[in-house]
Ligand binder design. Sequence first.
Ligand code: SF4
Ligand code: SF4
Length: 446
Amino acid sequence: MARIARTLGAKGVKIMKDPASGWLTADAPQADEFQSCIKCGLCLPSCPTFQETGLERESPRGRVQLIRSVAQGLIPLENGPLAETLFTCLDCRACESACPSGVPIGRLIEKGRAEVVQQHIVTTPAWARWLEQVLAHPGRLKVARRVFKAGQQIGLWQRRNKWPGLPASVSTLASTVRPLPSKAAGGMPVKRLAKAHARDTVRVQLFLGCIMDAAFSDAHEATVRVLSRHGCSVTAPEGQVCCGALAVHAGNREEARRLARINVDRFGQGADYIATNAGGCGAALLEYPDWLKDDPRYANRAREFSSRVHDAMQILDLVGFEPPSGPFPYTVTYQGSCHLHHVMKVGNIPERLLQSLPGSDYRPMPDMTRCCGSAGIYNLTHPAMADALLRRKMMDIPTGAEVVATGNPGCWLQMEQGVKRFGPPVTVMHIMQVLDRAYANAPDAT
Ligand code: SF4
Ligand code: SF4
C-alpha cells in the first residue's frame, strides 16, 4: 500500500501515514485482526455498552466495523464516528469470550485509540494525563499517596465535592476510597512475610502494581501469606513499575512499552511464576509480547516473561490448593473482574476457592463477570455510563450477602463506591484476604 510521509506535531517527528485510511503506520489496527469478524453478532449480548444503549455503534461488532471502514477509506478518521466510540468502550473484553472467530477486539480498540490520540483527534484531559504520569513513576506515586492519605486523615476528600479543574467524578471517587493502609508494600512487608513462611519449593515473584500497592498493600500481604502456605517462596523484585494498562487504554502505547521494558528487566528469569493479584495488571502483563513484538531486544524476553504470568489464584490451583480449616462465617458473593475472566481465563477457580471456605455460605452473583464500570479510569471519564453499570451491579448482589470478594483493585474501589452511594451495606474484600482470614481462623493457626 502506498504511503506518504508527513510531519506531525511540534516535535517535528516524521511519521508515515496511510493515505487511504489516515492511519499512522505505527500501531495501526491490522487487516488480519478485523477481517476475521463475520458480523454474526454473537458478541452483542455480552457488551455492557450495547446492553445499556442498544446502539450498534456502541457494540463490539459496530466498533470493529467502524475500524474496518476507516481502514478501507470508506469513512474518515477525523470528524468521523470512530474516535468517540473507541473511548466509550470499557475495554472489558467480554466480547472476546463470546466471539467465535477470535477477533482480538480489545487489541483493535487499543490500537485505534493510539491512532486518534497520536493524531490529536482526541485529547486526553490534562488531569488524566497527570494521573497517568503519577501512577507510572513510583517516586511521584509515593508523594501522591502521602498527600492523599494526609487528606483522608483530616477528612479533606469527604468535605469537598468539587475541585477546580477536576470533574465531579474524581472528587466523588476520592471521597469514597477506603482509608489507605499505613504504608505501601514497596517490597518491605512482602519480603518480611515471605521469609517467615517460605518453604522454598516454588519460586514466585509478586507483581505489586501502582494503585494495588498504594491502596491495597494489605491484599499483597495476604497474598504472600496464602502463597507461602502453599510452599511458595515469594519475592517482590525492586524497581518494578506500573504494568502499563492505564497508558495503553489511554492510547499511549509508547509509554506502555517503556513500562513493559522496565518490568521485563526487573523481573529477569528468577522465578517459576510471576504472580499478580490484580486482574487488570495481569491482563496487561500478558500483552507484553504484542506490545514489544517489534523490539528486537525485548520481543523474546517479553514472551518468556508473559509465559510465567498467572493470577495468584491460578498459582494456588497449579500447586495444589489446600482448603483452609478455619471458618469464614459469612455469606459471600463474588464480583468477577473482566480481565481476570476474559483475558487471564481464571474460569471457575475463584468460585471453587470461595466454596471451600468452612462455615461460609457462597451465593453466586448473576452475570458476575459483567463490568462494574470501573475499567481503569473509565468511571472518571465516563461517569454516566459507569454509574449505570455500577447501579446494576449493586442490584445484582444476592440478598443476604455480607461480603463481596473480588480480585482487582479497580473493581474493589468501584464496588466500595457503590456500597457508599447505592448500597447494600456489604464489605468488599480481596479474595486473597478472604482466604487469609480463614487460614488465620484455624484452631492451630500461629
Ligand atoms: S470491550 Fe467490553 S465494552 Fe468494549 S466492545 Fe467489548 S464488550 Fe463492549
Ligand atoms: S462475535 Fe466476533 S465475529 Fe461475530 S460480530 Fe462479534 S466480533 Fe464479529
